[in-house]
Design a protein around this ligand. Structure first.
Ligand code: ATP
Length: 229
């Protein structure tokens, strides 16, 4: 489980996170929702210890993040970090070199799943295919937790569907996933838990199935209630 406990974060004098708390379980997809600039990416970077927090605590399976955690958790940013001149297969070699947790078998499976070619050059990929490669590189790691920042951003409906399909496939296995998206319609049926954020605080954290069963509400219904009153 990932536990975010009363985390605060300031950039200069600007308070971006004002005591954020929530949990994300292994085997579940947790979705962070909030308008632009609300602090979603900052939370992900804080979980990965890529940005220092001012107060609070973040635990991964009961432990603070340390060097060894990077074999347990990975962050897939919204832009690809591989060099443009690399072919997909060069990116695989790079990842295999860098991470003990690289799983070539899963990488090959994902390549087929997304109908990509390992000889394709990163710089020549369409936006949608770049997003797929980016996702592939993260999902091919044998880690327990995957953080994904806006995997659907700016890509066409068919690619979005294909990416959404990955979430229901065996390729996700029993991992814990935290995702940020503005496209909740695309993935509402896949998400287990939603965390609604506004101005650096959590307005509501809820299990999608529970709200659907007990209150007959969709994620969008709850969002309307919370954000529009
Ligand atoms: N390195 C930084 N220095 C200064 N301010 C920053 C930095 N990173 C983020 N911020 C500010 O922190 C706030 C939250 O940014 P963040 O990227 O976490 O938001 P977000 O919810 O992910 O937004 P979006 O939906 O647009 O991706 C914004 O006001 C942003 O300008």
């Amino acid at each position: 489980m990932i536990e975010i406990k009363d985390v605060t974060k300031k950039f200069g004098r600007k308070k971006v996170l004002k005591g954020v708390s929530f949990t994300a379980e292994k085997g579940q997809i947790t979705c962070l929702i909030g308008i632009n600039g609300v602090g979603k990416t900052t939370i992900m970077k804080a979980i990965m210890a890529l940005t220092p927090i001012n107060s609070g605590e973040i635990l991964i399976d009961g432990e603070k993040i340390h060097k060894g955690s990077y074999e347990k958790i990975t962050f897939i940013p919204d832009t690809i970090t591989m060099l443009p001149q690399m072919k997909i297969r060069d990116a695989f070699v790079f990842m295999a070199d860098f991470y003990d947790s690289w799983n070539q078998k899963r990488a090959t499976e994902l390549l087929q799943f997304f109908k990509l070619n390992e000889t394709d050059r990163i710089s020549e990929l369409s936006k949608g295919n770049t997003a797929k490669v980016n996702l592939l590189l993260g999902l091919a790691l044998d880690v327990d937790y995957v953080l994904m920042d806006e995997p659907f951003s700016g890509i066409d409906i068919f690619s979005r569907e294909q990416i959404a399909n990955v979430f229901t496939s065996h390729l996700i296995e029993n991992r814990g996933v935290i995702i940020t998206t503005h496209e909740i319609n695309d993935i509402e049926h896949l998400v287990d838990k939603v965390v609604l954020l506004d101005e650096g605080v959590v307005l509501k954290e809820f299990e999608v199935e529970e709200v659907r069963e007990n209150e007959g509400k969709s994620v969008i219904d709850v969002m309307r209630e919370v954000y529009q009153g």
